[in-house]
Every structure is written in structure tokens, then in C-alpha cells.
Design a protein around this ligand. Sequence first.
Ligand SMILES: C[S@@+](CC[C@H](N)C(=O)[O-])C[C@H]1O[C@@H](n2cnc3c(N)ncnc32)[C@H](O)[C@@H]1O
Length: 412
Amino acid sequence: MNSNLSNSRQAALACLTRWHEGRAFAETLVDRECSRLSLSPADRHLVQALVFGVLRNQSWLDHVIGTLRQGRLDMNVRLILQLGLCQLFLLGMADHAAVYETVNLAPSRLRGLVNAILRNALRKEKAILAEREKLPLHILYSTPRWLVEKWTAQFGPEAARKLLQWNNTTPRLYVRANSLIPLNDPPEGLVPLGGAPGWFSVEGLLPLKDVNSGALYVADPSTRYAIDLLAPQPDEEILDACAAPGGKSAAIIAATGGKARLTATDLHEHRLPVLRENLARYGSPSVATAQADWTQPCPPQWEKRFDAVLLDVPCSNTGVIQRRVDVRWRLNPEEIRRLAALQRTILENASRAVRPGGRLVYSTCSIDAEEDGLLVREFLKDHPEWTLKEEKLVLPQEEKSDGAYAALLICA
Ligand SMILES: C[S@@+](CC[C@H](N)C(=O)[O-])C[C@H]1O[C@@H](n2cnc3c(N)ncnc32)[C@H](O)[C@@H]1O
């Protein structure tokens, strides 16, 4: 058997084990493990497909394991079985290689058990797959039941089902062309996105040269709505309050042909160097950057100072679950309530930085009303001097992109 394939499966098992032990992101664990083992791009690809495939289908895989074997299984064996079933039923790998390699992941005393369960799964394949569509949504789409119920209540059963289905598909990669650093030779494999000028879907390899030069920025097209609503103008004084790592700051500068007077702040001092580095690469080196905690009152020197403020607040990331496989498992209703309270405080304080007649765009990559439209309406109730001019909720299953929310508020 190919030893690189064995390495990839071992790496995937190591990543899943660590994922369950701590709070690290799956993406970070995959990157770290593949670099440690110096895996080739093809092997990295397999590790990612295995780890993400298991995490996206965890409840269904456990359900299948439960139908094949009653009684307790230790975590290591459960993860090995999840990996085996993922290869057999989700990634369509050859049966023989998938079973053989998976059995070899187990300690010798447990190989017989793993082999028996996987062979039993193959014998029952038809029944297992036929049963799938009849399972409750939280098992079929491996999403916590509370989240399924929440989305069903918010969007209706049909839209919720489509969203759950979308979240379990593989995300595409997109880039935004930076008008400040034109591409010399448009790279191959970039397909322009209809209705989103300057945006491309990456159909081949990511053109690293152009990403490193700052001519292309990797981002999802859903992020453009916040900038469109802000409509930054040359010479305006603009604040990007939650700015790191700087994607939207760079887009603001590009939208004004490099002429906005931008201040970019973030809570985390350690994120500022990355923010500055990104802004320099994207052709906007003169942006003023500063550490600021917007849960605290607006600093006096910034009160009523800005023509426009962008508030891209920390959020639950429920709009980007397709891309970030951990989110659904790390989130709970209490965390959403905590984030909504934090967002409301940040909005209260940062809104004071807007001059009379100025505007503020509040944005998230969450699709949950408590962090989006409901929160904005609560704010408006307490602040009659503000009006909601326009808002946009991007639902991933409808736009075939990440989910996002942006609201344009005007100060009297
Ligand atoms: C959604 S991210 C911003 C992404 C950024 N706008 C971009 O396009 O690259 C939210 C940011 O808010 C920052 N943040 C969290 N709490 C904050 C606070 N109290 N004050 C200021 N920034 C905060 C986080 O460090 C994080 O960088």
C-alpha cells in the first residue's frame, strides 16, 4: 500500500484526536500536522478532505456506527471508524484500500473489531444509504438540534433544509481584484463572477504570485455588501473599528482609489502588525492604525469625528459554517446571547464616533437575527437620532456564497 496515503490517514486521525481534546480550529490543526510531516499538496488535500468530511458528518457517522455496533466504544476507535466510514460512504474511496488502511490505524488488539465493523458496513451499504434521507435533519446534516430548530423557526423548514445541505458542501475559493495594484497578465483559472465586478471564482490553483503581490485578495463575495452600503468617498474621514486582518479596510481604500483618510482599529494589539502588513501589501500603507476596545466609551478625540464608520463586529460565524467546519460544534445558544450583548455594546460606543449626518455600517458574518436585524432594531428603538437606510441579509443557500449581514444607519 502507498505509505503516503497511510501518512495522510494517520495525520487525519491525529488532527481529529487533538480537535476533540481542545479548542483549536480544524484548519489550524490540519496545517500544523501536514507541515510537521512535510506532506505533499495532494496528501494535504486528502488530510483536509478526511478531517473536514468527518467533522461535517459527525452525527450521521456516529448514527451509522450505532446501528453497526451496540455498546460503548473508546474515542480512538470511534474516530478510526468515522474515518473509515467517511472514506467508504462519503469520499467514494476504493473499499479494499479504505478498509485496509483504516484497520491499520487501530492498535493491534482492536484491528479485528474495526475490520468486522467496516466489513459489516459494506455488507449493509445499500440499507445504510437508503435510510439516510429519512433521518431527522440534525442527524442527516450533522448539525446540533438547537441550531436546526432555530433556523427552522427563523427561515422556515424548506429554507432551513437547503441551508443545512449547503453547509455540508465543499466551499469554493474567491478572490477580489485590487484596483490599486492592477494584474499584469490575468492569471488562468479565474472566472469572473456575474453581478460582482472585480470578483473571480478560482477554478484552478490559487495564483499565489498575485496574492502575494497584493493584486488579488482572497475573500468571499458576500463581504462586498458592507463596503457597497458604506459607499466610501475620496477624502472622507473613515473609521474601520474592528479591522484586523484588514480585508474590508483594504476594500475601503481601493473603493476610494486610495484617497480615503482611514483609521483602522482593533481590540488585539497582536493583530495590528498583520493588519499593517496586509494594508501595505494592498497598496494602502498610510492608514492610521491603533489599538481600541470598543466595549469602552468612544475616546474623546474620536467623538463625532468620522464621516463613515464600518463596524464589522466579532460574531458567531453562523454564515460561514460551510467554510469553517468547527463552528457548528463549538457554538451554543448561550454563546450567541453573549455575542449579541457584546455587539450591542460595541455598536453603542462606536456609533458615537460618527459626525451628525454621517453614516455607519454594522456588519456580521452571522445569519442569526439576534446578531443582525433584531439587534439593529433594538438599537434604533433607544436612539431615535439614527435611521435604518438599507440592510442586506445574504443567505448562503440562496447566493451560493458565505452568509453575511450589513445594515446602513444614518445619524441625524
Ligand atoms: C469579523 S473580524 C473583522 C474582520 C475585518 N473587518 C476584515 O475584513 O478583515 C472582528 C474583529 O473584531 C475585533 N474585536 C473583537 N472585539 C473587539 C472590541 N471590543 N473592540 C475592537 N475590536 C474588537 C477582533 O479582534 C477581530 O479582528
